[in-house]
Design a protein. Structure first.
Length: 342
């Protein structure tokens, strides 16, 4: 019995020591991998996140048979093939930062016959483009980088990448086709308005059959002044202010529909510098409203719930709660009125 206990103890110690050795070795391998990775050269040495804005003036992204062209104009990126509509600046910045981090480190294959399986093969008459083809260009159409981004790796956190002219396929760290291919969302900036909520001093909501007007006083308290004079439900008003100050579209409406747009309702907010932001809305169709800014031609489409966050009637904004009594009119806990003369 004693021998059996000793044997069990010995086996337990061996298992513990083996586990420690495994994790120590695993840690050393991971540290060695990270050290080698940190010393590896960049895949695109001429393009860094800090200088890309100066060097890269155009990004061409091809998915299937569609090509999106992003071009830089001054400090702003535009979607060239969509009438130079402003691009999502943060998304472009993020994309260039991810490209900057790529290194030819984790080699997966050198076999050109396996490129189609990784979705990094070039387009041909026999083989359509399965991945994304990307070209980064500088001034004078100078080609700075040309590569293919394929399907995700099994862990879904990375993707396969191959530079044009090379047979080597690598793992692209923290990168995927979705960073390039925006699908129906496109690369256009979806923001309709973007300003500081605290700068709003006046709100005018013009509904069919009713006009609601509210203004902020010197004490920053809001008051309804039309159609009646009343206090305002601050939480409901905050919903309007929060949403319109960072309002985004759900979809873009094609130019062919712009001529048929008829504004039925309107919301106008005035900022503390005197400038106005005006959003006009059409009738609801299939759970959506078409809207547009008064100073732009682009027509947007928003879901009904977003419309309801802005275009609120008086009944939802008017505060019917009794006003707080002044100090001299407050009563004691016993219900007797306090004599203001003492």
């Amino acid at each position: 019995m004693k021998l059996q206990q000793q044997l069990i103890g010995f086996v337990f110690i061996v298992v513990i020591l083996g586990a420690i050795a495994f994790f120590v070795n695993r840690g050393e391998e991971l540290q060695s991998y990270e050290n080698r990775q940190s010393k590896a050269e960049k895949m695109f040495p001429d393009i860094t996140s800090t200088t890309a804005g100066d060097k890269v003036s155009q990004i061409e992204i091809t998915t299937g048979s569609d090509t999106t062209i992003l071009r830089q104009s001054g400090t702003q990126w535009l979607v060239s093939n969509m009438n130079d509509y402003p691009a999502d600046q943060e998304e472009v910045k993020t994309l260039l930062e991810k490209i900057d981090k790529q290194k030819p480190f984790d080699l997966v294959s050198k076999n050109p016959e396996k490129q189609a399986g990784f979705e990094v093969a070039p387009v041909s008459d026999e083989l359509p483009l399965a991945g994304v083809e990307v070209k980064l260009k500088g001034s004078g159409e100078k080609l700075l980088a040309h590569f293919f981004v394929g399907k995700n790796t099994p862990d879904f956190f990375n993707a396969y990448i191959r530079q044009q002219g090379s047979q080597k396929v690598y793992i692209a760290s923290d990168l995927s086709k979705s960073n390039f291919d925006k699908g129906t969302r496109t690369w256009r900036n979806r923001k309709i308005f973007s300003f500081n909520k605290g700068d709003i001093t006046h709100v005018l909501i013009e509904l069919i059959g009713e006009v609601v007007e509210m203004k902020s006083g010197d004490d920053n308290k809001w008051q309804m002044i039309q159609p009646v004079t009343s206090a305002v439900k601050q939480n409901t008003l905050d919903t309007i202010l929060d949403n319109i100050s960072k309002f985004e579209t759900d979809d873009f409406v094609s130019g062919s529909s712009e001529s048929s747009f008829e504004a039925k309702e309107k919301i106008t907010v005035t900022l503390n510098d005197g400038s106005k932001r005006i959003l006009m809305a059409g009738d609801e169709v299939d759970g959506k409203h078409q809207v547009k800014r008064s100073d732009q031609e682009q027509l947007f489409s928003i879901y009904k719930y977003k419309y309801n966050q802005l275009f609120k009637p008086m009944d939802e904004l008017k505060d019917d709660a009794p006003p707080v009594m002044p100090d001299e009119e407050q009563t004691t806990s016993s219900g007797e009125e306090i004599d203001s003369n003492g």
